[in-house]
Write a protein that binds this ligand. Structure first.
Ligand code: CDP
Ligand code: MG
Length: 136
Protein backbone atom coordinates (compact mmCIF):
# COMPACT_ATOMS: atom_id res chain seq x y z
CA UNK A 1 0.00 0.00 0.00
CA UNK A 2 1.37 3.40 -0.88
CA UNK A 3 0.88 6.70 0.92
CA UNK A 4 2.69 5.49 4.01
CA UNK A 5 3.92 8.71 5.59
CA UNK A 6 5.79 9.83 8.65
CA UNK A 7 4.97 12.90 10.71
CA UNK A 8 6.47 14.56 13.76
CA UNK A 9 4.47 14.74 16.95
CA UNK A 10 5.48 16.70 20.03
CA UNK A 11 3.86 16.29 23.43
CA UNK A 12 4.30 19.85 24.67
CA UNK A 13 5.45 20.95 28.15
CA UNK A 14 1.93 21.40 29.57
CA UNK A 15 1.08 17.76 28.82
CA UNK A 16 4.42 16.28 29.92
CA UNK A 17 4.06 18.27 33.13
CA UNK A 18 0.76 16.44 33.73
CA UNK A 19 2.42 13.15 32.76
CA UNK A 20 0.02 12.63 29.83
CA UNK A 21 2.55 11.25 27.33
CA UNK A 22 1.61 7.58 27.79
CA UNK A 23 -2.10 8.36 27.45
CA UNK A 24 -1.45 10.46 24.35
CA UNK A 25 0.68 7.65 22.86
CA UNK A 26 -2.26 5.27 23.47
CA UNK A 27 -4.44 7.58 21.34
CA UNK A 28 -1.91 7.33 18.50
CA UNK A 29 -1.73 3.52 18.69
CA UNK A 30 -5.54 3.20 18.87
CA UNK A 31 -5.80 5.37 15.75
CA UNK A 32 -3.44 3.19 13.74
CA UNK A 33 -0.16 5.06 14.09
CA UNK A 34 3.12 3.25 14.71
CA UNK A 35 5.61 5.05 16.93
CA UNK A 36 8.89 4.68 15.05
CA UNK A 37 11.09 6.60 17.46
CA UNK A 38 10.59 8.78 20.51
CA UNK A 39 12.59 10.66 23.07
CA UNK A 40 12.00 12.94 26.04
CA UNK A 41 14.17 16.04 25.83
CA UNK A 42 14.28 19.70 26.77
CA UNK A 43 15.31 22.15 24.06
CA UNK A 44 16.91 25.57 24.36
CA UNK A 45 15.15 28.78 23.42
CA UNK A 46 17.34 29.13 20.33
CA UNK A 47 16.43 25.60 19.23
CA UNK A 48 12.74 26.46 19.69
CA UNK A 49 13.26 29.62 17.61
CA UNK A 50 14.79 27.52 14.84
CA UNK A 51 12.00 24.94 15.02
CA UNK A 52 9.23 27.57 14.85
CA UNK A 53 11.02 30.02 12.52
CA UNK A 54 8.06 29.92 10.09
CA UNK A 55 6.20 31.90 12.78
CA UNK A 56 8.92 34.49 13.44
CA UNK A 57 6.83 37.42 12.22
CA UNK A 58 3.82 36.48 14.40
CA UNK A 59 3.02 38.37 17.60
CA UNK A 60 3.03 35.13 19.60
CA UNK A 61 6.48 33.95 18.39
CA UNK A 62 8.48 35.01 21.47
CA UNK A 63 6.06 33.47 23.94
CA UNK A 64 5.74 30.34 21.78
CA UNK A 65 9.51 29.78 21.81
CA UNK A 66 9.78 30.52 25.54
CA UNK A 67 7.02 28.03 26.12
CA UNK A 68 8.33 25.14 24.01
CA UNK A 69 11.70 25.44 25.77
CA UNK A 70 10.19 25.84 29.25
CA UNK A 71 10.18 22.15 30.22
CA UNK A 72 10.55 18.60 28.97
CA UNK A 73 8.80 17.54 25.77
CA UNK A 74 8.34 14.15 24.13
CA UNK A 75 9.11 14.10 20.40
CA UNK A 76 7.91 11.19 18.29
CA UNK A 77 8.02 9.97 14.72
CA UNK A 78 4.58 8.61 13.81
CA UNK A 79 3.94 6.42 10.78
CA UNK A 80 0.79 5.29 8.99
CA UNK A 81 -1.04 5.88 5.73
CA UNK A 82 -1.76 9.61 5.40
CA UNK A 83 -0.04 10.19 8.73
CA UNK A 84 0.27 13.97 8.33
CA UNK A 85 -3.40 14.78 7.73
CA UNK A 86 -4.67 12.03 10.03
CA UNK A 87 -2.56 13.34 12.90
CA UNK A 88 -3.84 16.87 12.26
CA UNK A 89 -7.40 15.51 12.43
CA UNK A 90 -6.67 13.58 15.62
CA UNK A 91 -5.12 16.70 17.21
CA UNK A 92 -8.04 19.00 16.38
CA UNK A 93 -8.09 22.78 16.07
CA UNK A 94 -5.18 24.88 17.34
CA UNK A 95 -7.45 26.47 19.96
CA UNK A 96 -8.72 23.69 22.28
CA UNK A 97 -11.95 25.59 22.87
CA UNK A 98 -12.69 25.23 19.14
CA UNK A 99 -11.49 21.64 18.78
CA UNK A 100 -13.99 18.85 18.07
CA UNK A 101 -15.00 16.32 20.72
CA UNK A 102 -12.62 13.38 20.90
CA UNK A 103 -9.61 15.26 19.55
CA UNK A 104 -6.39 15.43 21.55
CA UNK A 105 -6.51 19.18 21.99
CA UNK A 106 -10.13 19.02 23.16
CA UNK A 107 -9.29 16.26 25.64
CA UNK A 108 -5.98 17.56 26.95
CA UNK A 109 -5.42 21.17 25.81
CA UNK A 110 -5.63 23.99 28.33
CA UNK A 111 -5.47 27.07 26.06
CA UNK A 112 -4.31 28.09 22.58
CA UNK A 113 -0.71 28.30 23.75
CA UNK A 114 -0.87 25.28 26.06
CA UNK A 115 -2.54 23.02 23.52
CA UNK A 116 -0.65 19.84 24.49
CA UNK A 117 0.48 18.59 21.07
CA UNK A 118 2.27 19.66 17.91
CA UNK A 119 1.91 17.91 14.55
CA UNK A 120 3.60 18.61 11.22
CA UNK A 121 1.34 20.39 8.74
CA UNK A 122 2.65 18.87 5.46
CA UNK A 123 4.72 15.93 4.26
CA UNK A 124 7.50 18.33 3.33
CA UNK A 125 7.57 19.97 6.76
CA UNK A 126 7.33 16.56 8.43
CA UNK A 127 10.64 15.58 6.83
CA UNK A 128 12.27 18.82 7.96
CA UNK A 129 10.90 18.48 11.51
CA UNK A 130 11.86 14.80 11.83
CA UNK A 131 15.41 15.65 10.70
CA UNK A 132 15.49 18.52 13.19
CA UNK A 133 15.00 16.17 16.14
CA UNK A 134 16.24 12.81 14.91
CA UNK A 135 19.17 13.33 12.55
CA UNK A 136 22.22 12.17 14.47
O1 CDP B 1 0.04 23.99 16.06
P1 CDP B 1 -0.78 24.40 14.86
O2 CDP B 1 -0.15 24.01 13.56
O3 CDP B 1 -2.22 23.97 14.98
O4 CDP B 1 -0.87 26.01 14.89
P2 CDP B 1 0.14 27.11 14.28
O5 CDP B 1 -0.69 28.16 13.66
O6 CDP B 1 1.22 26.47 13.45
O7 CDP B 1 0.80 27.75 15.59
C1 CDP B 1 1.84 27.09 16.27
C2 CDP B 1 1.55 27.16 17.75
O8 CDP B 1 1.58 28.51 18.17
C3 CDP B 1 0.17 26.67 18.16
O9 CDP B 1 0.10 25.27 18.35
C4 CDP B 1 -0.07 27.41 19.44
O10 CDP B 1 0.49 26.72 20.54
C5 CDP B 1 0.68 28.71 19.25
N1 CDP B 1 -0.23 29.82 18.94
C6 CDP B 1 -0.49 30.77 19.92
O11 CDP B 1 0.06 30.68 21.02
N2 CDP B 1 -1.34 31.80 19.66
C7 CDP B 1 -1.93 31.92 18.45
N3 CDP B 1 -2.76 32.92 18.22
C8 CDP B 1 -1.68 30.96 17.46
C9 CDP B 1 -0.83 29.91 17.73
MG1 MG C 1 1.62 24.60 12.66
Amino acid sequence: MSNIERTLSIVKPDAVERNLQEEIKKNFIENGFSIINEKKIQISKSEAEEFYKVHQSKPFYGELCNYLSSGPIVVMILEKQNAVIDNRKLMGATDPSKADEGTLRKKYGISIDKNSVHGSDSVENAKIEIDFFFSS
